[in-house]
Design a binder for this molecule. Structure first.
Ligand SMILES: C[S@@+](CC[C@H](N)C(=O)[O-])C[C@H]1O[C@@H](n2cnc3c(N)ncnc32)[C@H](O)[C@@H]1O
Length: 180
């Protein structure tokens, strides 16, 4: 039944991103830290008109996206040298559907833990058997993971799955921060 993959999960992700963006922006303001968004709000929805007419969030103080708009810092999340240009504990970070493009999710998560000092939010990737088995290939052949939503104030484990219904992923964020 593809209903979850093509309707329920995208709609859920849309509203979760909207809600979490407000929380992340408020949190960053309270902490007086700049907000780093990973994912261009102007693009990326399966249907581009959705991103144009109904963006699910706004840009951050900096927005990272490899193919982003002119407001974005065009950076490949897999480029570990580029992450080196950001200092430890310098941003609150929120990502929206980009970490699925990680080649090695543990390496990217460790940079996010370092740069955010652990203050990380994610609305997660799309879910559903049909999406995770086949449909993701119609969005991008470079999509490797579907990660679950994450709010550092509530969870320690950042979890998800390799697409193609392969191995489950669980990354302990507190270990990553201890290792910084
Ligand atoms: C699902 S969209 C995310 C933003 C979108 N507004 C959303 O939340 O639905 C995925 C984004 O990841 C970006 N992207 C793909 N590969 C990337 C990479 N290796 N590094 C950084 N960004 C990447 C794409 O340009 C695209 O805008």
């Amino acid at each position: 039944m593809p209903l979850r993959s093509i309707l329920l999960s995208p709609v859920g992700r849309y509203f979760r991103t909207k809600r979490m963006f407000k929380q992340a922006a408020n949190y960053a303001e309270k902490k007086q830290k700049p907000l780093m968004m990973i994912g261009d709000p102007c693009s990326g929805n399966y249907f581009q008109f959705m991103s144009n007419w109904f963006p699910n969030c706004d840009h951050g103080d900096i927005t990272i996206d490899l193919y982003g708009c002119e407001k974005c810092h065009r950076m490949d999340i897999n480029d570990m040298d580029s992450w080196g240009s950001f200092e430890d504990d310098s941003f609150v970070i929120m990502e929206t559907g980009v970490l699925g493009f990680s080649e090695d999710i543990a390496s990217v998560a460790s940079q996010i833990a370092r740069v955010s000092g652990g203050e990380f939010f994610s609305a997660g990737g799309n879910k559903g058997f049909f999406w995770e088995s086949i449909l993701y290939k119609t969005y991008s052949k470079k999509l490797n993971y579907t990660m679950n939503p994450f709010d550092f104030r509530e969870s320690i484990a950042y979890t998800g799955r390799r697409l193609g219904r392969k191995e489950r992923i669980s990354i302990d964020f507190s270990d990553l921060i201890d290792g910084v």
